[in-house]
Design a protein around this ligand. Structure first.
Ligand code: DGJ
Length: 533
């Protein structure tokens, strides 16, 4: 095996995209820390401990431009080194999050020398002539961001990111502790659909670059409906409004932001080509661009990002909204793998981890602020999370013990699971999706009836009649799916667990237990079935 083959990179299994690390597919059963925690190595000790208790194999950790380059051209990577050393000590992987020009569509983490020199590092004009507003669409929060059109900012951001990646290569290319990197954090512009400086106005009134207009037109079949409709009505060339109609302003922002992020990513890829992601502050139905960050990688802007940012491998949703599965469907369109860098720690967190793996064959599932998992949300946290307070699940915290068990079950089966990525032999559903589910696999139909919304069932078929299941709050029944062999027997049903890849049986379930087939807390089952006529 060559060294390149061992380096974390995107690969395919059964045609399905996977993250390969050390020559093997790896599912990141991860957690993202609160924004400030990875700035202190001492503070992080307790965080690694909690991650361990929750069965996590990877942490998503911010690295900030302000601490990395406190003075222009003078870099300090001591925290990066310390975090990598800690991860190795705890036997975990890291995905770093580069908080550069953008963090939640603002510029909180730009260094002082950037923030204090607006003549060189231009701020975005949300309103003509104004680079600072109180955002009436978002809790009247003070708002300012760096301009996506400022080449000087992009150059400085890219240089710092390039140095970070060179440093990671230097200390980690032999060990592969760092497995992926997020470029910027929740990019986009708040308060308006596009910038309004004279420069922005002039660019918006000018023709759309023809290569981009051509690409969008030739890929309109892949676009979400709103963009497809706009393209169908729009012209083949001309100004942004002529080509993209009512989507013009958001597409204009997405085009420039994606080009900016691509340039930053390119500087990093040249140094050390790890898989790169971008995360997205999602829009809610009916929201106008600017109420959510306009130009970020929301699903309707994905084609724009795909064209403008080829150095980005994965578009990743931060899911705090109730329609979890809808978002998962949108972010697995056109071959994008499901990578969830942020989601809430409410009562569906565990079941959704199982869905991410079993239903979507995802690469990463990572509750945000997992340090607080198990504690109810305060109203302030609800605001911060942009949470939909009408979702009752947000009022109920995830049970940490249950989460740890589910995560450890998924982790213990990893090679078996990833072997079946991209196939019908790995399926899952939950009570959040429907009260019942039927998994058809070969001659068999495994039926699940969920006792709670957070009930979940993952089915993995490993041989013609052999299955492993992860279950929680569910009743099961087994049926024949072969009309010529309608009879079915359970040849073997047992609880158990994998230890070092080997199945360790627990109770053999038969008699009443096999008839009732009802499970509360998380359990792993091995099942052997038989159909006959
Ligand atoms: C989304 C951001 O990406 C995170 O860094 C964090 O700010 C959460 N929102 C909520 O606190």
């Amino acid at each position: 095996m060559t060294k390149d083959f061992l380096r974390p990179h995107m690969g395919r299994i059964n045609g399905h995209p996977v993250l390969m690390v050390d020559g093997k597919p790896l599912i990141l059963l991860a957690g993202e820390v609160h924004n400030s925690n990875s700035s202190s190595l001492a503070y992080m000790e307790q965080v690694w401990e909690k991650a361990d208790a929750l069965g996590m194999n990877c942490l998503l950790l911010p690295v900030t431009w302000e601490l990395t380059e406190p003075e222009e051209g003078k870099f300090n990577f001591s925290i990066v080194r310390g975090l990598i050393e800690q991860a190795r000590r705890y036997g975990k992987k890291i995905s770093f999050l580069w908080f550069g020009a953008w963090k939640n569509a603002q510029c909180y983490y730009a260094p002082e020398w950037v923030k204090t020199d607006p003549a060189r590092f231009h701020r975005a004009q949300v309103v003509k002539g104004k680079s600072f507003i109180y955002n009436s669409d978002f809790y009247d929060m003070p708002y300012s961001s760096l301009s996506y059109l400022c080449e000087e900012t992009c150059r400085a951001d890219a240089r710092a990111f390039g140095r970070l990646m060179a440093y990671i290569r230097e200390i980690d290319s032999g060990e592969h502790t760092v497995v992926s990197v997020q470029v910027e954090n929740e990019t986009g512009l708040m308060g308006a659909a596009r910038e309004h400086s004279d420069e922005a106005d002039a660019l918006f009134a000018a023709p759309v670059p023809q290569d981009f207009a051509d690409y969008m037109h030739s890929h309109r079949g892949e676009a979400m409906d709103v963009v497809k409709d706009a393209l169908e009505k729009g012209k083949a060339s001309g100004t942004w409004e002529k080509v993209f109609g009512d989507q013009a302003e958001e597409i204009f922002s997405a085009y420039h932001i994606a080009l900016y992020v691509n340039a930053v990513a390119e500087a990093g890829k040249k140094e050390y080509p790890l898989p790169f992601t971008v995360n997205c502050w999602l829009n809610k139905p009916g929201e106008a661009p600017g109420s959510y960050p306009s130009g970020g990688p929301v699903s309707q802007m994905m084609e724009v990002w795909r064209y403008c940012a080829p150095n980005i491998d994965i578009f990743a949703p931060d899911i705090y909204v109730p329609n979890f599965t809808e978002v998962c469907e949108e972010y697995t369109r056109n071959g994008n793998p499901l990578y969830i860098p942020e989601c809430a720690t409410h009562g569906y967190a565990g079941a959704r981890a199982v869905l991410c793996v079993g239903r979507y064959h995802g690469i990463c599932y990572s509750p945000f602020g997992f340090e607080d998992m198990g504690e109810p949300f305060t109203s302030q946290q609800m605001v911060l999370f942009g949470a939909d307070v009408t979702d009752p699940a947000l009022q109920t915290p995830q049970d940490v013990e249950v989460y740890g068990k589910l995560n450890r079950m998924l982790g213990s089966m990893m090679p078996l699971l990833t072997e079946k990525y991209g196939t019908e032999d790995l399926q899952a559903s939950s009570g959040e999706i429907s009260d019942t589910a039927a998994f058809e696999m070969g001659d068999y139909r495994i039926c699940a009836s969920f006792r709670k919304k957070a009930g979940v069932c993952l089915v993995l078929r490993v041989s013609e009649n052999g299955f492993y299941l992860i279950v929680q709050d569910v009743s099961l029944s087994f049926q024949s799916a072969n009309p010529e062999k309608p009879g079915i027997d359970i040849l073997a049903l047992e609880e158990g667990a994998f230890a070092d890849g080997v199945w360790q049986p627990g109770r053999r379930l038969n008699g009443d237990e096999a008839v009732l087939n009802t499970y509360e807390g998380p359990a792993m089952l091995r099942v052997k079935l038989f159909v006959y006529s």
